[in-house]
Design a binder for this molecule. Structure first.
Ligand code: HXC
Ligand code: NAP
Length: 295
């Protein structure tokens, strides 16, 4: 019998990421933390970077215990190139080299666009887009100079290509990150640097759900009603995919964006998919009507 909860289990069993040192931005919380934990379980050294040192320290302590792996927590605002440079220097000093980057840090909130100040727009675009290209550029220069083969993975969203009202700064910035992914995949493959992206649908985290589905809004858009598989993503299934894309098993995958959303975006894009709300018994009546048009 098929194991219905297989997706909650680690996919790789061995030290598939041994020898890798991966910088994870926003690795102290949410999905970044879950992916970091799995990378460590698979033998990778990790560096987690975000603004709050105390959050990073706590996560690092907990992940050392749960995985037995090595982790360096360093405060850094990804919007500031000098701070990113310091993280890279500290990571190299600690582990010898860095050969993986997970651009995961983000900022977001729901709001009608006309209510935003230019600064509110800036704050999201700067964290998401500028933060991603700062890390990609500075690590990329180092990899190219030292001849280090490397892997980059960017976390985007499905509205990177559909766009979305009410999260416009995030949509604009994530579209930029998707373009960064494809552009660098083409340009830097010659240096043995692969670049891919993951577009998750809703995965419960405090950071995202408190800002995107706060009380009062949840009743208006219940994300579960939009997902044909009728469940949220499990952190482990995202971590499984991220580990694959970070590992050498995906050596020929470059410039790809993998959607992991239970079919959400395609379901809501299809003109007629909402008809699955029509009860079975009503279809006889509808069929008669439609066939009747022939006469
Ligand atoms: C309108 C807002 C606002 C809101 C902030 N601003 N919140 N405007 N509605 N809800 C405005 C402020 O008034 C200010 O502009 C400007 O934005 C900067 O706000 P600050 O609070 O000073 O910024 P800061 O302290 O740097 O905080 C950044 C943040 C915050 C992005 C606003 O939410 C944050 O730290 N987020 C990090 C984590 C996060 O967002 N995680 C969720 C990722 S989820 P003025 O002009 O007034 O000074 C995600 C999922 C996508 O991306 C897909 C899901 C399915
Ligand atoms: P989260 O826990 O809020 O993660 C965001 C992280 O980014 C935090 O650790 C935050 O830490 C860090 N960060 C924010 N601004 C920063 C800055 N200027 N410099 C450095 N780090 C910064 O939310 P999440 O749900 O796990 O989101 C993780 C990623 O998944 C994001 O890219 C998000 O867009 C994407 N995503 C999530 C979902 C979902 O349903 N959860 C769906 C699609 C895509 P500090 O506040 O300490 O800086």
């Amino acid at each position: 019998m098929a194991d219905e909860k297989k997706y909650t289990q680690p996919m790789f069993k061995a030290d598939e990421l041994k020898g890798k040192t991966i910088l994870i931005t926003g690795g102290g919380t949410g999905l970044g933390r879950s992916m970091t934990e799995y990378f460590m379980k698979l033998g990778a050294n990790t560096i987690i970077a975000s603004r709050k040192q105390e959050v990073l320290d706590k996560t690092a302590e907990e992940l050392r215990k749960s995985t037995g792996g090595k982790i360096l927590p360093i405060a850094c605002d990804v919007r500031k190139p000098l701070e990113v440079e310091k993280v890279i220097e500290a990571g190299i000093a600690e582990f010898g080299e860095i050969n993986g980057l997970l651009n995961n840090a983000a900022g977001n909130f729901v709001s009608p666009t006309e209510r935003l100040s230019p600064k509110a727009f800036d704050v999201i675009v700067d964290i998401v887009l500028k933060g991603s290209y700062n890390c990609s550029l500075l690590l990329g220069k180092y990899w190219i100079e030292k001849g280090i083969p490397a892997t980059m993975l960017n976390i985007v969203t499905t509205y990177s290509w559909t766009g979305s009202g009410f999260v416009v700064p995030s949509a604009v910035a994530k579209a930029g990150v998707l373009s960064l992914t494809r552009s660098l995949a083409a340009e830097w493959a010659k240096y043995k640097i692969r670049t891919n992206a993951i577009a998750p649908g809703p995965f419960p985290t405090t950071g995202a759900f408190s800002r995107l589905f706060p009380e009062g809004l949840k009743e208006k858009i219940d994300p579960l009603k939009r997902i044909p598989l009728k469940r949220y993503g499990d952190h482990q299934e995202l971590a499984n995919l991220a580990a694959y894309l970070m590992s050498d098993f995906s050596a020929y995958v470059n410039g790809e964006v993998v959607t992991i959303d239970g079919g959400e975006w395609i379901y809501n894009a299809g003109e007629f998919t909402g008809l699955d709300a029509v009860p079975e018994e009503m279809w006889d009546f509808i069929e008669q009507q439609v066939r009747g048009k022939k006469k």
